[in-house]
Design a protein around this ligand. Structure first.
Ligand code: E4P
Length: 218
């Protein structure tokens, strides 16, 4: 399973890249705003800065919601860097735009997906990635992981090549369950990735190894 980091924070992206486990980055307008990135020029520069840190795909989300606007904005975003993936919302004009981008060879990430029907449409339109938001579903007492399982089943039934990018990941168990269910990618906050490192028996075991070594090598 690929690990993407879900942030626009350059220091966190660099930390994940340096760990050697990073396959890509996802951003959204809220994450860009959180970093204080405002104005088109600054936003576009920030996407390029992210691409210069991470070797993998970088999702850049359109703000437009009409077909012509999404096409214009998406083509511009895609021109910024070869690894930019145009992130398009799951709306009617978005699906139409994903189909257009797919025919033009521009990679897309269909975002704000909350149902299997939406995921099926995204795949039929030729999205490179589909982003089911599992944490936001859990927040409204709906099983986000069940959505991953259902999409995996349907995509495998028909051999759709759209990659399932589990989004809105909140904690390490989300990552582990997504891996068990066959999600292609999980996009995660840095703390969910680094939490995978932790086990008390590792800490106890390492302390004992070092202590035993010291006893005979002092
Ligand atoms: C990523 O593509 C999504 O925009 C993101 O994972 C949403 O996460 P949130 O529900 O924590 O805002």
């Amino acid at each position: 399973m690929k690990f993407f980091i879900d942030t626009a924070n350059l220091a966190q992206i660099k930390e994940a890249q340096d760990l050697g486990v990073l396959d890509g980055v996802t951003t959204n307008p809220s994450l860009m705003a959180k970093e204080g990135i405002k104005g088109n020029d600054a936003i576009y520069k920030h996407y390029v800065d992210i691409c210069n840190i991470c070797d993998g795909d970088v999702s850049a989300e359109v703000i437009s919601t009409d077909y012509e606007g999404i096409i214009k904005e998406g083509e511009f975003l895609a021109s910024l860097h070869p690894r930019i993936v145009v992130k398009v919302p799951m709306i009617k004009d978005g699906v139409k735009a994903i189909s257009y981008f797919s025919k033009k060879g521009i990679k897309t990430n269909c975002t704000l997906v909350f149902s299997v029907g939406q995921a099926l449409l995204a795949a039929k339109a030729g999205a490179s990635y589909v982003s089911p938001f599992i944490g936001r579903l859990d927040d409204v007492s709906t099983d986000g992981l069940q959505l991953i399982e259902d999409i995996r089943l349907i995509y495998d039934n028909y051999g759709y090549e759209t990659e399932i990018l589990a989004a809105s990941v909140r904690h390490p168990m989300h990552i582990i369950e997504c891996a068990k269910l066959g999600a292609d990618v999980a996009t995660c906050p840095l703390n969910a990735i680094t939490a995978l490192l932790n086990h008390p028996l590792t800490d106890i075991g390492l302390a004992k190894f070092l202590e035993d070594h010291k006893k005979v090598n002092a």
